[in-house]
Design a binder for this molecule. Structure first.
Ligand code: Z15
Length: 798
């Protein structure tokens, strides 16, 4: 094929293959070094890795961008055009999956031997479309056009067993032991992805597992002559890695989901023990070689799996196995929502993993004995702390299993870790306080500043050099420039250029027009009631209502473009209603000539990492408005602040730390604090009383109920309005006035562009703490205790 016949995708694939070829030498050298040194590594076990596009990141890591752009130009090809055809691997839902991607980037950049383990979903997070303003999901066939960044290794497949039953037998010494007789099995095929460090020669591995039918299983059925049955069996096996579950923070207790979880951790443990460690390695020394970091409860079934390997396959006694298992696992909790804490019914485990259930029972028995020994006579406490819940059905509390077993348990922001200790896991922290620690989340400055915001990056580098890319605390050197009018005006130019670029992307992507002269006010995150997109809607509706009723002259309204980005879990009714409402308000407000384009709402469908990289650098205002005590950390909040947006936010998650760092005068705080929320709720919260007392709130809610946004159909948004008036679990109405007042402060502040820009610069200068490099150093110091290993690049060619 010659260049004239090549499609853009062909050219993209060719470039991708060239870049990955260049990385290959480094990848092999990284592996060789690890084999040579046998140093301690970190295995990050995560059901999600929300990677985002790979080309740009690889070009940056290799420092090949300039060369690539020039050589392509020589062939009459624009690098920019190739960039846009890459389909991002959306193998995650939101914050948790993106965090995993940031962490493996930072580990590689910090030269830490590490490996990510997860699932190669054939379909990632669904593609969101709107039909009449309502969310409709489309499958994300991300592999369709080729996947140049992955390396399949069918020859290294491992077998994973399921089902069957256990039998009691005697071992060589006549002791009674349990033996698992599995009912069926599948194979896991590893697909390796390169995880290049930033220009340091290290290339770590992300190993994602894909399920297929086992050869033996195939043969058995084919030989029986049942061809169609055999093909069906293949489909059954492949189903396991078919699709990412689209619920974020609200797990669905589906059997297939448990199959996914066990599938990928069983593959990963076997791979690490048998293929990564040298042959014959003495597993008693496993803690010297690895920490398995459990990203939330999704991989927690790895705990009984390791016990099973050590006891059933290696013949160890219980105490020996428990001692090693205790040391190699650590658990990160990412939530405070009770409904997000995963439990698996024992009936399901019995059917799918009977041996693991036995092991969990034994872990619980020993643990409860310890509890009773520590707190004699306190049966209530023992019941509360049991790994096994007895109602509404018998079920395993995965967070408890992880807490009891892990060497460390961490939350993801200071407030979150404190609330874990004081509330969600209080009994455990009382019993073993030294187990609990905090590691505040972070984001990778490579992707979310250097790549996403080349304008700002150039400005920063000009001012303080380029060391900040791997040492983000150095952003503090920008602090004096907050009073340099020349710097401020250049900063403002960068923001304006980023708005123009965002407007271009919106136009090309969705045909949406963005007025680059307005304040860009962004709320982008999964749609969840606790995150309170409804509060944002009420702000907009209230402004609109005030203008329409003549209470507020339109000239007094700060021109704003409200940007929403949010996917709802397909089965989450209320979330989907809220999406419909946002679109309905958008249509009405945008089409109203009386608004003169002063208030514009844009809600591009299918918000993803790629769009985030365009939006965040363009934003002026970052909306972080969850009810206090519910957002574990947030990471979008960090990305916005680092790109010079000011935050309007509650005292929740990492907002607390952002505000501490940037200073009260550079942050718009509003709403109840967590203890206040607690007080209001326990005193018996009555949302209707706020409706009765507050005229602006009443008018806004009444307008929604009147059918003003639904062509006069009054019932359209009744479920939302009724829920707010009667339930309002997340105190939207209680925080409404405080939010409106804070938004008025935003308007006042924005009117003084010099002062605003100064605040924006200070946000950048003071938030270097939120680099995921710092998060990784904290994990290394507090939990992993692994050392960096540098890779010598001097001998390598391209
Ligand atoms: C998820 O994205 C998060 C927590 C969860 O328990 C699940 Cl299942 C998914 C998010 C938190 O909501 C967010 O506050 C946090 O920043 C993020 O994980 C990364 O820790």
């Amino acid at each position: 094929m010659d260049l004239l016949q090549a499609s853009v995708n062909d050219k993209y694939l060719a470039l991708a293959r060239t870049v990955r070829h260049y990385l290959m030498t480094r990848w092999l050298e990284t592996e060789r070094r690890q084999t040579e040194l046998q140093s301690k590594a970190v295995a990050y076990l995560s059901a999600e890795f929300l990677l985002g596009r790979q080309l740009d990141n690889s070009l940056l890591a290799t420092d090949l961008e300039e060369i690539a752009a020039e050589s392509l130009q020589g062939l009459g090809i624009e690098l920019d055009e190739l960039r846009t055809v890459e389909v991002e691997p959306g193998l995650g839902n939101g914050g948790l999956g993106r965090l995993a991607a940031c962490f493996i980037d930072s580990l590689a950049t910090l030269d830490v031997p590490s490996i990510g383990y997860g699932i190669r979903y054939e379909y990632g997070i669904f593609k969101q479309t709107f039909v009449d303003g309502r969310q409709v999901e489309q499958p994300d066939n991300w592999l369709e056009l080729g996947s140049p960044w992955e390396f399949p290794h069918p020859e290294a497949a491992v077998t994973v067993n399921f089902g069957g039953h256990t039998e009691k037998t005697a071992d060589d010494d006549g002791r009674e032991v349990s033996r698992w007789v599995p009912g069926w099995s599948v194979e896991g095929v590893p697909y390796n992805y390169m995880v290049p460090g930033y220009q340091n020669g290290r290339v770590n591995t992300l190993r994602l597992w894909s399920a297929r039918a086992t050869k033996a299983f195939d043969l058995q059925i084919f030989n029986a002559g049942d061809y169609t049955e055999a093909v069906r069996a293949q489909t059954f096996a492949e189903n396991i890695s078919k699709v990412l579950y689209p619920e974020d923070s609200t797990p669905q207790g589906k059997e297939l989901r448990l199959q996914q979880q066990y599938f990928f951790v069983a593959c990963s443990l076997r791979n690490f023990i048998e293929d990564v460690l040298p042959a014959g390695y003495d597993l008693h020394k496993l803690p010297e070689r690895i920490t398995f970091q459990l990203n939330d409860t999704h991989p927690v079934i790895a705990i009984p799996e390791l016990m099973r390997i050590l006891i059933d396959e290696r013949g160890w006694n219980w105490d020996e196995a428990w001692d090693v298992t205790n040391q190699v696992f650590a658990y990160t909790c990412h939530t405070l929502l009770p409904e997000a804490l995963e439990v698996w019914p024992t009936s399901l485990l019995e059917k799918l993993l009977p041996r693991h259930l036995e092991i969990i029972y034994r872990i619980n028995k020993d643990f409860l004995a310890r509890v009773r020994e520590t707190y004699p006579g306190d049966e209530m406490r023992a019941r509360h702390m049991s790994i096994i819940a007895e109602s509404p059905e018998r079920a395993v509390r995965m967070a408890y299993l992880a807490t009891v077993t892990g060497s460390k348990v961490n939350g993801v922001a200071a407030l979150h870790s404190q609330l874990l200790r004081d509330k969600v896991l209080k009994d455990f922290s009382d019993m073993e306080p030294e187990k609990f620690t905090n590691v505040t989340n972070g984001v990778t400055p490579r992707r979310f500043v250097r790549l996403a915001n080349p304008g700002l990056s150039g400005l920063i580098t000009e001012a303080i050099g380029d060391g900040w890319v791997t040492d983000l605390d150095r952003l503090s050197e920008l602090e004096p420039l907050a009073d340099d009018s020349g710097f401020l005006s250049r900063f403002r130019e960068v923001k304006a250029a980023n708005k123009a670029r965002f407007a271009d992307v919106m136009e090309a992507r969705d045909g949406i027009r963005v007025d680059t002269g307005t304040m860009v006010d962004a709320m982008v995150k999964r749609l969840h009631e606790y995150k309170r997109q409804m509060l944002k809607v009420l702000h907009i509706v209230s402004l609109y209502e005030q203008v329409k009723s003549g209470a507020l002259p339109i000239e007094k309204v700060t021109p704003r473009t409200f940007v929403f980005g949010a996917k709802a879990a397909p089965g989450y009714r209320m979330a989907k209603e809220i999406i419909a409402l946002i679109n309905a308000v958008g249509r009405t407000v945008n089409d109203d000539p009386a608004m003169q384009g002063r208030l514009t709402i844009v809600f591009p469908p299918n918000y993803n990492v790629t769009l985030a990289e365009k939006l965040i650098p363009a934003a002026d205002l970052s909306e972080q408005i969850s009810v206090a005590g519910k957002e574990a950390s947030g990471t979008g909040n960090m990305k916005f602040a680092l790109n010079g947006a000011l935050t309007i936010g509650t005292d929740d998650g990492a907002n607390v730390e952002i505000r501490e760092l940037v200073g009260d005068e550079n942050f718009f705080l509003f709403g109840m604090s967590e203890p206040e929320v607690e007080r209001v709720v326990s005193a018996g919260y009555e949302p209707a009383s706020f409706y009765d007392k507050n005229a602006a709130l009443r008018r806004a809610l009444d307008l929604i109920a009147s059918g003003a946004f639904s062509d006069g159909r009054r019932g359209e948004f009744e479920p939302i309005v009724a829920n707010l008036l009667e339930q309002d679990r997340f105190l939207v109405l209680a925080d409404f006035q405080s939010y409106m007042d804070a938004q008025a402060r935003v308007d006042t502040a924005y009117a003084d562009q010099d002062a605003w820009t100064r605040s924006a610069v200070l946000n950048v200068a003071r938030t270097g703490f939120f680099s995921s490099d710092r998060s990784m150093r904290d994990y290394l110091d507090r939990i992993w205790h692994a050392e960096p290993v540098s890779i010598d690049v001097s001998s390598m060619q391209g």
